[in-house]
Write a protein that binds this ligand. Structure first.
Ligand code: FDA
Length: 407
């Protein structure tokens, strides 16, 4: 019989959740092994936040998450909060800042997003340092061939055979295969007859087709602050036109709620009564053209495209000659522009996978399977997905921590 290396706990995946779980379990004196298929750990952390890692959000709360059961995440968040992670970051002397955004009037506002001043590498180094201090072993380039229940769990791999009492699945979702995205966790859940909910790409750009795509391509690189809505969700953030369609924070946020075939409403001038603006201009500068007034509020290139779409007949008409009814119709075009994306860019560029291992299958306190004792699922593989802004890492830290306390 071939030899088996024995551990108390094996964690599959050395991403954000797996590393946090390993640290917590190791600190409790558990013998922990993390098996990672890639050549290095924490690849998504390294790539995140444009290389600065948006590691948490000051205002992270259950409302920032999508899940079949919106209450599921509460227990993990109450056991390990953003303040706990910030304390860890402070302990390691990592400098960070809260990102500044612009509101509708161009004023600076903050939304609680914390980024490293220097580099995301510091977060990975911090986690590896904590792993080392807690005696956690990590092996990379590990291809797991099989997982069997055997008074615990028996694993075979290209690096040998392993046995453990508790097994934690922290293999993430399908997003960005080149950064480790894989279906491993979902398949393992199904192997144990656990329910896996439908999955789709989230935090992902929209693709457009036909003349909308051509227009977006002409405006490529241009960003505007909008209200973007669909399915009773509305995000007030930047929208970015691209060669393939639409991106930017507003689009990424809404994409997590969007389903194929849905229409999306864009308000290009949020917070403004556009009809009142146009009517007032008609009163005080009746000789002006619509585009002259509108370019005070929107980029010239965009107004030019809107003119061709929505008020070509009034293109050269002075405001005084346009009826109020028409002004209202034109104003509505700017505030209620409805488009139908042809799709999303999919897992190739999505930041997250929506859906996954059903929360009904897991204990919200510990992340342990309700039907398979000592089997845990944490992080993105679970049906809990955060908004953009550091919320996804906070879920990884919190769910990893609570599992680490119990394995
Ligand atoms: P994660 O994907 O991090 O880790 C899973 C690990 O398991 C990987 O290392 C993978 O290689 C490994 N693995 C997979 N299959 C395996 C197998 N069969 N055997 C062994 N190992 C296996 N979030 C946020 O809050 N702030 C941000 O700034 C960003 N930015 C960002 C940028 C980009 C480009 C992406 C793609 C994503 C983000 N995110 C983010 C989302 C965030 O990265 C994500 O939610 C977490 O990394 C999820 O953590 P997990 O540990 O669950 O999975």
């Amino acid at each position: 019989m071939s030899t088996q290396e024995e551990y108390d706990c094996i964690i599959i995946g050395a991403g954000a959740a797996g590393l946090m779980c390993g640290i917590t379990a190791g600190q409790r004196g558990r013998r922990v092994l993390i098996l990672e298929k890639s050549n290095k750990v924490g690849k998504k952390i390294l790539m995140s936040g444009g290389g600065h890692c948006n590691f948490t959000n000051l205002y992270s709360e259950p409302e920032n998450y999508l899940s079949e059961n919106p209450h599921f995440c509460k227990s993990a968040f109450s056991q390990y909060t953003q303040w706990d992670f910030i304390e860890l970051v402070n302990k390691h002397g990592i400098a960070y800042h809260e990102k500044t955004h612009k509101d509708n009037d161009g004023n600076d506002i903050q939304k609680g997003q914390l980024f490293c001043d220097d580099s995301a590498k510091q977060i990975v180094a911090m986690l590896l340092d904590e792993c080392q201090q807690a005696g956690v072993e990590i092996r990379t380039r590990c291809e797991i061939e099989s997982v069997e229940c055997d008074h615990g769990f028996a694993l075979t791999s290209n690096l040998g055979n392993f046995h453990c009492e508790s097994l934690v699945v922290a293999s993430g979702g399908l997003s960005i295969p080149t950064l480790g995205g894989s279906g491993f966790g979902y398949e393992l859940a199904q192997q144990y007859s656990m329910q896996v909910l439908d999955k789709r790409a989230g935090l992902v750009p929209f693709t457009l087709s036909g003349e909308l795509k051509e227009m977006s391509s002409r405006l490529s690189g241009l960003a505007v602050h909008v209200d973007l809505s669909c399915r009773q969700q509305c995000f007030n953030e930047d929208l970015l036109f691209t060669h393939r369609g639409l991106s930017g924070p507003a689009v990424l946020q809404l994409s997590s709620y969007w389903h194929a075939g849905d229409e999306v409403a864009i308000n290009l001038l949020p917070g403004k009564d556009v009809f009142e603006v146009l009517k007032k201009a008609k009163g005080v500068q009746g000789k002006a053209l619509l585009r002259t007034v509108l370019t005070k509020y929107l980029p010239k290139k965009l107004v030019h495209e809107c003119e061709a779409r929505w008020f070509v007949a009034e293109k050269e008409l002075p405001l005084a000659e346009i009826t109020d009814t028409r002004l209202q119709e034109i104003a509505d075009c700017f505030t209620q522009w409805v488009i139908k994306p042809s799709g999303t860019e999919g897992y190739r560029t999505a930041e997250v996978t929506i859906g996954g291992v059903a929360t009904d299958e897991l204990s919200s306190k510990t992340m342990e399977s309700k039907t398979r004792p000592n089997l845990y699922f944490i992080g993105e593989v679970v049906d809990v997905t955060g908004h953009l802004g550091g919320h996804n890492f906070q879920w990884a830290w919190s769910s990893g921590y609570v599992a680490g306390l119990n394995v």
